[in-house]
Design a protein around this ligand. Structure first.
Ligand SMILES: [Zn+2]
Length: 179
């Protein structure tokens, strides 16, 4: 079975309306956390910037959370702006819902597919793994990865999920020989 991997190449943009200029796009590149202590309670925000006017927008990560409820390693990550922690919070669907943004993955990911697939015997089986939760349409991804037209994909590809519905969960598919 051939391994394909979908992974991000950078952080996606946020579709988030700016209250100053009305732009619909914000960036989390070089993002920082802000941690405020109020007695034994902590506020943690993730700061993102409007791509048009640079205004900073605060995304609430924790509000009035007891200090004792934090994993010390995670708390340290907030203080040092750990890039992995920035990414995991930004991509967290719960945080996105709470702060009313969606992610714009355009140009922020790639497909890593071995190019020697054609030398395999038919049918060819491929497993697609998602290293990051990029929503892709399986049909388009398969067409792109194999260099096939959409009609070819419909004729020759057998998939265990819908080819049309966007997904970011691992799936497998099979490519039949050209008849
Ligand atoms: Zn703005």
């Amino acid at each position: 079975m051939l391994p394909w991997v979908v992974r991000r190449t950078r952080l996606p943009l946020l579709s988030l309306r700016c209250v100053d200029c009305g732009s619909e796009s914000a960036i989390a590149g070089e993002s920082r956390f802000r941690v405020n202590a109020n007695g034994k309670l902590l506020h943690v925000w993730l700061l993102v910037r409007c791509v048009s006017c640079d205004r900073t927008n605060k995304l609430a990560v924790h509000e009035r959370a007891p200090v004792s409820s934090f994993d010390p390693a995670v708390l340290h990550g907030y203080h040092v702006n750990d890039p992995e922690l920035v990414a995991s919070r930004l991509l967290d669907p719960w945080l996105a819902r709470r702060n009313r943004y969606t992610l714009d993955w355009t140009g922020a990911w790639r497909l890593d597919a071995p190019s020697e697939w054609i030398d395999e015997g038919w049918p060819v089986q491929v497993r697609v793994a998602f290293e990051d939760p990029v929503p892709v349409r399986p049909g388009r991804l398969v067409a792109h990865g194999l260099g096939l037209s959409r009609n070819d994909v419909l004729r020759r590809v057998k998939c265990d999920i819908s080819l049309r519905r966007p997904t970011s969960a691992d799936f497998t598919f099979m490519v039949m020989a050209e008849r």
